[in-house]
Design a protein around this ligand. Structure first.
Ligand code: NAD
Length: 490
């Protein structure tokens, strides 16, 4: 990818829509309020976007509700063609979308470009799934009638996304919802709303009917969300974010018996057995830990390493980690960008300092980077005592923690000792052991000798407090469909 000069940044930002996208048009918030979106590498304001209040959110739901019957009545092929058109547009604008993500979120450009590929795949995958929505037909057991099961769109949906993957978290929800025939109101994170606004512009350009997709940017997420969830026209909430907020939304959704999909936090174990291919494990560790500057729900949080290979694994990993280049993500040489904000950097440092105070050794890093911005030095900690908060909380930063084990049962006990259950990574050259781990790890996903598992064609999601539901794969569209059974006598 060619390096984009700062001039490209201002051209991109000047052309960006900053209003609310409601009923097919761009509007200001009813009270005219706006809020700033900042570059985490510099702290500079990138744009001022509309700050929606409750009345704006309800106007967006009015639009989604009004468009619902019409969109549900379109042919699957029509919906498929629409999603495919946006997929093509997204790839035509890949450089711009990638730059926008780097500016508002901080990830290195190469990773942002990777997210355009990954996020775009949800548009393509669900454009292909839209035409495969099927049902069942059969005689009843009594032989007195025929049973027809068809699939109907659930209706207007409220989608809430986090800041860490500004494009992919939006397409992973919008694409299956629209493919199923649902209309949506989406609320991106207030730290990174620009990519979703850009994406809405692509849907507009592709000719999406008014009201099918509505975007509300807001700094008043609790009030706005509560009002939408309490409205009986809404039929579903799909949320990606922290387990804490997911629980609040589930309680609110209970009052209207709303369907919910919850993609929540993670605390991924990364197991390195004595029979692992260590160079492969180190490569996997770099991907599983440092992708997105460690700010991924799928980020490896706890490296659980067999005692006999712990010296070699940690030494090799620490050497690579010490060589990672940190800086503003727009520099093509940079491998590790800033954390999302100062508070995030402070929280990561607190976890590290607590672990060190309890006896963990720093092999590299272990402090905030000098020179401003929300940067944290890529860090490796070894000998982390089991009672440290860094092992039970999501680190959400570029910090490796290593603990050691002696046998497989102990490794499994350590891996499963968390309320989360999103993903686990296992490095072993033994097929039998790898297969056992698929059954023994309490997670919704597993990487066997690989550090990244996400794929639009696969069901992404967790067990335990990592969530309910799946996004992607053939399962992803089912979250937006309701079975309807009809009995035909005779
Ligand atoms: P967060 O829970 O603070 O915020 C997520 C979204 O919820 C944002 O849009 C935010 O504005 C909104 N929000 C916050 N409080 C709300 C409330 N009371 N009512 C309604 N909406 C509210 O999470 P975050 O810091 O943006 O993202 C990081 C978290 O997301 C991590 O826990 C990470 O593991 C998780 N995550 C999970 C997945 C997954 O697929 N499982 C993917 C990415 C991130």
């Amino acid at each position: 990818m060619t390096a984009l000069v700062p001039a490209a940044e201002s051209v991109l930002l000047d052309a960006l829509p900053t209003g609310l996208f409601i009923g097919g048009g761009w509007v200001a918030a009813a009270r005219g309020a706006t809020f700033p979106v900042c570059d985490p590498a510099t702290g500079l304001v990138l744009a001022e976007v509309a700050d929606a209040g409750v009345s704006d959110a309800l106007a967006a739901l009015d639009a989604a509700d009004a468009a619902s019957a019409g969109w549900a009545g379109t042919s699957p092929r029509e919906r498929s063609v629409m999603l495919r058109a946006v997929f093509e547009l997204l790839h035509e604008r890949a450089d711009q979308v990638a730059l926008l993500m780097t500016l508002e979120m901080g990830k290195p450009l190469a990773e942002a470009r990777g997210e355009v590929g990954y996020g775009g795949e949800f548009l393509r995958w669900f454009s292909e799934e839209a035409v495969r929505i099927s049902g069942r037909y059969g005689g009843n057991p009594e032989g007195t009638g025929r049973m027809v099961v068809s699939q109907r769109p659930v209706g207007p949906c409220y989608l809430i996304t986090p800041w860490n993957f500004p494009l992919a978290m939006a397409t992973r929800k919008i694409a299956p919802a629209l493919a199923a025939g649902c209309t949506v109101v989406i609320k991106p994170a207030d730290l990174t709303p620009l990519t979703t606004l850009f994406l809405a512009g692509l849907f507009e350009e592709a000719g999406l009917p008014p009201g099918v997709l509505n975007v509300i940017t807001t700094r008043q997420a609790p009030a706005v969300s509560e009002a939408l969830i309490a409205d009986r026209r809404l039929r579903k909430v799909s949320f990606t974010g922290s387990t804490r907020v997911g629980k609040i939304l589930m309680r609110q959704a209970a009052d209207n018996v709303l369907r919910t999909s919850m993609e929540l936090g993670g605390n991924a174990p990364f197991l390195v057995f004595e029979d692992a291919d260590l160079p492969k494990a180190v490569e996997g560790a770099l991907q599983a830990k440092f992708r997105n500057i460690g700010q991924a729900c799928t980020a490896a949080n706890r490296f659980i390493v067999h005692r006999s290979v712990a010296d070699e694994f940690t030494a090799r990993l620490a050497e690579r980690v010490a060589g990672l280049r940190i800086g503003r993500g727009t520099d093509p040489e940079v491998e590790v960008g800033p954390l999302i904000n100062d508070e995030a950097a402070r929280k990561v440092d607190e976890l590290v300092q607590d672990a060190v105070a309890r006896g963990a050794q720093i092999l590299t890093g272990g402090a905030r980077a000098e020179g401003g911005g929300a940067f944290y030095l890529p860090t490796v900690l070894r000998g982390v005592p089991l009672d440290c908060a860094i092992l039970s909380e999501e680190i959400f930063g570029p910090v490796v923690t290593v603990v050691e084990f002696d046998d497989e049962d102990a490794a499994v006990r350590l891996a499963n000792d968390t309320e989360y259950g999103l993903v686990g990574y296992v490095f072993t050259e033994s097929l039998a052991r790898g297969t056992r781990m698929i059954d023994r790890l309490e997670t919704g996903m597993m990487g066997l000798n690989v550090g990244v598992v996400s794929n639009a064609a696969a069901p992404f999601g967790g067990v335990k407090q990592s969530g309910i539901g799946r996004e992607g794969g053939v399962e992803g569209i089912e979250e937006y469909l309701a079975s309807k059974y009809t009995l035909i006598p005779g």
